[in-house]
Design a protein around this ligand. Structure first.
Ligand SMILES: Cc1cc2nc3c(=O)[nH]c(=O)nc-3n(C[C@H](O)[C@H](O)[C@H](O)COP(=O)(O)OP(=O)(O)OC[C@H]3O[C@@H](n4cnc5c(N)ncnc54)[C@H](O)[C@@H]3O)c2cc1C
Length: 408
């Protein structure tokens, strides 16, 4: 599907939408992908018409990080802070779902599977889940295969099963955030790149579509364009944007891979793979995590890498052979990675009214709660969530050539 640059999207990026007459808002959100749409929604829940969201392309475009049928959501994480954040993520999606009258999360259960000597230490997961009072089951290979005979493992493998894991319905959830932000009074302006950002008299002025807009607080949620936007603000942190891809495989065994029968899964080794039951397409989806080349958001291609497709198919053929059917299509996508793979959710140093959120290639499940946290920081000045691990001033983000660890 994405073998080529989506030219129709590009054309629509240059036609100018009607700009709002109003020029002053309490809050402006730059970027309406997953995180920015979440921020616009949660800000609008409290500040209504005092919220302006600005997106450079059309809403729902496929050039960023957030548009596909599905993203994994899970409580299972390697630190207690992420587990706590994930608990609040489920609550935030549930509130959005109730407000929008629409389901945005589908629970399938989730398996973290690995060789016993894997690169990713499963005990950090079980320890964090235990510390946060989240139930899980530790399973050996025989038990995994008894419950889910789709898996072909050996005695060297083991895993954990957590029943709350599942699918965040990405494209639908983004549209719900946007629709409900508007329903609460926000103005969302698409096809309008923000060209400049300037602190003025304790406020922030942004220029977009040839007009200037002022706000008391600005949320920057620019995804893979973050290096460009941060540079304009005089900030540089060591981010790596990589081109990733997911592949949909047809299967002749569709009943075995239905969401009620087959949990989402992550292979916790290096290389790491992950996958989904049939959802969104008549096909299972599988991918390698963080295996793609460094690119920039403006110069990346939309061409799938056949070597990565083959690697994923080899993995499936070995461990999930009934899923390894013909390829339906491969879709490219970008990660914006910090060296430690932790998010950035913080105020910009020197600009306390500019908030920055960067998703580090695993933030979709948190898109609503990160938006909620940004709204709390903007409106209340603080958040009940522990965001200390996501400080923009943490030592590794001050290093010029930091060591990278994308496997967690
Ligand atoms: C293949 C793949 C699989 C993934 N799987 C998972 C998963 O299973 N679970 C999970 O939790 N996460 C997953 N992620 C990660 C998750 O999708 C991202 O972390 C998240 O979507 C990031 O959202 P974002 O809003 O930061 O970025 P984006 O969605 O890219 O949004 C940024 C937006 O800002 C806009 N913008 C940028 N600059 C400007 C400007 N100057 N003016 C106006 N607008 C601007 C862009 O056009 C864009 O719309 C995956 C990512 C990929 C690529």
């Amino acid at each position: 599907m994405t073998g080529r640059r989506p030219t129709h999207k590009r054309r629509s990026a240059v036609s100018s939408p009607a700009a709002p007459r109003r020029r002053n808002y309490q809050h402006i959100v730059l970027g309406l992908g997953g995180l920015g749409s979440g921020a616009a929604y949660w800000l609008a829940c409290r500040a209504g018409a005092d919220v302006l969201g600005i997106e450079q392309f059309e809403l729902g475009h496929v050039r960023g990080e957030s548009q596909d049928h599905s993203r994994i959501i899970r409580l299972s994480y390697h630190t207690p802070s992420y587990v706590q954040l994930a608990k609040r993520a489920y609550d935030s999606w549930a509130r959005l779902g109730a407000d929008a009258g629409e389901q945005v999360v589908l629970k399938t259960g989730g398996l973290d599977v690995a060789p016993r000597d894997a690169a990713i230490d499963l005990s950090t997961y079980t320890g964090s889940l235990t510390a946060c009072g989240v139930p899980f089951e530790a399973l050996d290979a025989a038990e995994i295969m008894r419950r889910w005979p789709q898996w072909h493992l050996t005695d060297e493998h083991h895993g954990i099963y957590q029943s709350e894991s599942g699918i965040a319905m990405a494209a639908r959830a983004n549209a719900a955030h946007q629709r409900m932000a508007r329903a609460h009074g926000a103005t969302l302006m698409d096809r309008t790149p923000v060209r400049s950002i300037r602190p003025v008299d304790g406020e922030v002025e942004v220029e977009a579509g040839g007009k200037r807009y002022r706000c008391e607080s600005l949320v920057v949620a620019a995804g893979p364009w973050s290096p460009v936007v941060l540079k304009r603000l005089g900030t540089r942190i060591p981010l790596e944007v990589t081109q990733e891809q997911v592949t949909y495989f047809r299967t002749a065994h569709s009943a075995a891979f239905a969401p009620e029968r087959f949990p989402i899964w992550i292979w916790m080794d290096d290389p790491s793979f992950y996958g989904f039951p049939i959802f969104g397409e008549q096909a299972v989806k599988a991918a390698r995590d963080a295996g793609g080349p460094p690119v920039t958001a403006n110069t990346r291609s939309f061409d799938p890498d056949p070597a990565q497709e083959r690697a994923v198919k080899r993995f499936l053929a070995r461990y999930l052979p009934d899923a390894a059917g013909p390829i339906l299509y491969t879709k490219t996508c970008l990660y914006t990675l910090t060296p430690d793979r932790d998010f950035v959710i913080d105020r910009l140093p020197g600009h306390s009214n500019i908030l920055v959120a960067i998703g580090a290639g695993h933030a979709f499940k948190f898109a609503s709660v990160i938006g909620r946290i940004l709204s709390e920081l903007a409106i209340d000045g603080s958040t009940p969530s522990d965001i200390s691990p996501f400080a923009i001033t943490r030592p590794i983000l001050k290093m010029k050539n930091p060591p990278k660890n994308y496997m967690q």
